[in-house]
Design a protein. Sequence first.
Length: 295
Amino acid sequence: MYRRERNIAIAVGLILLIAVIAFATTRSVGSRIYPVKLGGKYGYIDHAGKLVINPQFEQAGHFSEGTAPVKVGQKWGYIDRHGTLVIQPQFDLADPFSNGRALIGSGRQFGYIDSSGRFVINPQFEGAGRFSADLAPVQMANRWGYINKDGKIAINPQFEEAGNFSNGRALVRMGDRYGYIDKSGKLAINPQFEGAGEFSDGLALVQTGSKFGYIDKDGKMVINPQFQQAGDFSDGLAYVVMGNRFGYINKSGKFAINPQFDEAGEFAHGLAPVWLGDRQGYINKDGKYVWNPTS
C-alpha cells in the first residue's frame, strides 16, 4: 500500500515500496515474464531467462491481469506483454492490477483506475493499498479503514496501519502492536506482535522481540522466531536472513536454499529475484540461476 509523503507497504512492521515488486498474475508458468535491469534500464525476461521485452524503462513492475506498470521519464503507465503502451504514462505512481483495479498516485493523493485507464475511484486518499477480496485499505484523516470496489467505506477508518486482505485476514496496527482482522472488521488475532506480514500459503510472518517467525490463521506459532529478517511465503518458500545472508526456508522452517545472497525477493511461479551487491538475477526453486545477476 501507499501513504502520502512516502510510498509504502505495511509488512513485518516496516514500510516498504511495493509499486515495482508486487507478484501477482493470472498467467501460466510458461507464459509469465519478469522485469530485469540491464544497462540501467528495465526490460522483461521469460521463465527460461530469455529477453522478451528490450530494456527501455526507468522502472518496471510485474505483470498482472495482462498488463504491467512501467515508468517512462517521470511518469508511470502500463504496457501489454508485447511491450506496447496500453495506458499512457501519466501517473506519479502505479501498482499492478488486482481485482480489475489498479492503485495509482496523482500528486499527493491516491485513487484507482480500470483497465482502460479511466478513474473509477478518484484520487482522494492519503494512503491506499491494492484490492483483494473486493476490499482495499485506505487512509483518511490519519486512520486506516477499507473501501469496496465502488469506493464506499466497508470498514470504518480506525487503525494506525492496515494491510491487504489475504487468506481471509488483514494485518492491522492498534497502538504499537500488530494483529489481524476478518472481512467484517472484527479482530481475528489480537494485536500482540511488534511487526507482522500478510498471510500467504496459510502462514504469516510475525516479529517477537528482535526475531521473526510464522503463525497460522489461528495465531499459533508454527515456526519459532529465529530469523534476523524474513518475508512472506510464496510458492511454498519464504526468504529469511541468518548471518546477514538471505536464503529460503520451506513451510516446516527448514532451509531449502542456503543463505548466500545480499538480498532476496519472493518466489512467483517458480522464480525469485536475488541480489549480489547491486546486481539482480533470478533463481529457480532449486537455487539455480535462470538469469545471472546484472545491473
